[in-house]
Ligand binder design. Structure first.
Ligand code: AMP
Ligand code: MG
Length: 402
């Protein structure tokens, strides 16, 4: 049995960044940018009006009420407007380039027009209502840094920077195999002795949320032949995750089946709860993670290890998000296994606390689904009275790329 931190380090050492593919802008949503994206122009490329009004020489609007001659019009996307000479003004609309000679925009709310002339109730200030060239960004500067996740805001910025195609990390392909003679497909009747297979669907969803492409290898029987047949279906993948059959029971055959395929075993059993019987190794270049079958163990191992591998493959920091919150209840001393307690956020007297569920059985998936966080209890943590600040992993945040 190895410490959790060592297990994480060994798993991460096996992660290789995946390659780069180029996608058209709309396809790149939620993908990880693989190279810095430079601005291809100044934005705006030239000074433009920020309002509807009149392009003027600010000095000419003094004193208020002085008439200026209207010499033309400037609108966004329109023909070039004439220059503004002394005593002149150009009608201008938002987004239009500021004509030569003008240094301010006087807004139309303060204007009065008559006979091709315009005057203002208050003077314009130099630069007023003008967006200078490069206000948003400058040509050649980094607009988006490699490693950012392309959410709607960043995707819009990529378009504004002048790019139609984006280099993104390829999605890591993750094959997921569930094992167990007792498993039935979700939706099939669950009679005594049967269990609906939830690990496959949960792990595949986790992989998809975290930027990977899950491949379902289905359910294998607890026989050497059943497992061998399933392993025959491995295609070109970046990671194999199996669930179940990782323990020491007589029907826990996954390690042996993987060994038959040439698994180079790195470790088996980690000092953590849930999730002690965890297999890790490599089939050739491909990391292989065998998580335990208990539904909470499978998903917690998914959060702790599959997430770290995926993020590292995508070139992102693999650490789990951790926040310190006061614990709503007293916690006993911990043993040698790093514990992950399903817990909920509760508000008491305006303070946010974290409250671990009373019962932490690793078969209880409903408690995990209802949890807001996992409270982390390091090995040999001393007893903690209620109110002690404890580290916890916010699950919503841990289950998305950001
Ligand atoms: P195992 O790790 O194979 O010994 O399984 C431990 C427990 O997890 C057993 O009660 C199994 O029925 C259950 N289990 C195994 N695989 C799954 C699965 N895919 N979905 C839900 N429960 C499972
Ligand atoms: Mg089993």
């Amino acid at each position: 049995m190895i410490p959790l931190e060592e297990a994480r380090a060994r798993v991460l050492a096996a992660a290789r960044p995946v390659g780069v593919e180029w996608l058209a802008l709309p396809e790149a949503l939620d993908r990880v940018l693989a190279q810095d994206l430079l601005a291809r122009h100044d934005q705006p490329p030239a000074a433009v009006s920020a309002m509807d009004g009149y392009a003027v020489r600010a000095a000419d609007t003094e004193p208020p009420g002085r008439w200026l001659r209207l010499v033309g019009e400037a609108r966004a996307g329109g023909p070039p407007a004439p220059a503004v000479g002394p005593g002149e003004a150009v009608r201008i609309f938002t987004g239009a380039p500021l004509p030569e000679g003008a240094d301010a925009v006087a807004i139309q709310e303060n204007a009065e027009t008559a006979d091709g002339r315009v005057r203002f109730t208050r003077p314009a200030l130099p630069g007023e209502f003008v967006r200078p060239a490069g206000l948003d960004f400058r040509a050649g500067t980094v607009g988006l840094a490699a490693g950012c996740v392309l959410d709607p805001r960043k995707l819009a910025l990529a378009a504004a920077l002048g790019h139609a195609w984006l280099p993104v990390r390829r999605k890591p392909r993750v094959a997921i195999l569930s094992t167990g003679d007792e498993l039935v497909w979700p939706g099939e009747p669950v009679t005594p002795g049967r269990v609906a297979s939830s690990n496959g669907i949960g792990l595949r969803a986790l992989v998809r949320r975290l930027g990977g492409e899950p491949l379902d290898l289905g359910i294998a029987a607890d026989t050497p032949e059943g497992l061998a047949r399933a392993l025959d279906r491995l295609g070109a993948i970046d990671l194999l995750v199996t669930s179940g059959g990782a323990s020491v029971g007589e029907y826990d055959l996954v390690r042996a089946a993987l060994a038959g395929r040439g698994l180079e075993l790195d470790f088996w059993t980690v000092a953590m709860r849930p999730g002690k019987p965890l297999i890790f190794g490599r089939l050739g270049e491909v990391p292989v993670l065998g998580v335990p079958g208990n539904p909470v163990s499978a998903l917690v191992c998914g959060l702790v290890f599959v997430r770290a591998l995926l993020l590292a493959m995508l070139g992102l920091p693999p650490e789990l998000p951790v926040r310190l919150l006061p614990c709503a209840r007293e916690l006993p001393a911990n043993d040698r296994r790093a514990d992950h307690l399903r817990a909920r956020f509760v508000e008491r007297d305006g303070r946010l606390l974290v409250e671990p569920a009373e019962r932490q059985d690793s078969s209880m998936l409903a408690t995990l689904a209802a949890a807001d966080a996992l409270v982390l209890r390091p090995p040999f943590a001393p007893p903690a009275p209620a109110g002690t600040a404890v580290p916890c992993v916010p699950l919503e945040e841990a289950l998305r790329l950001s």
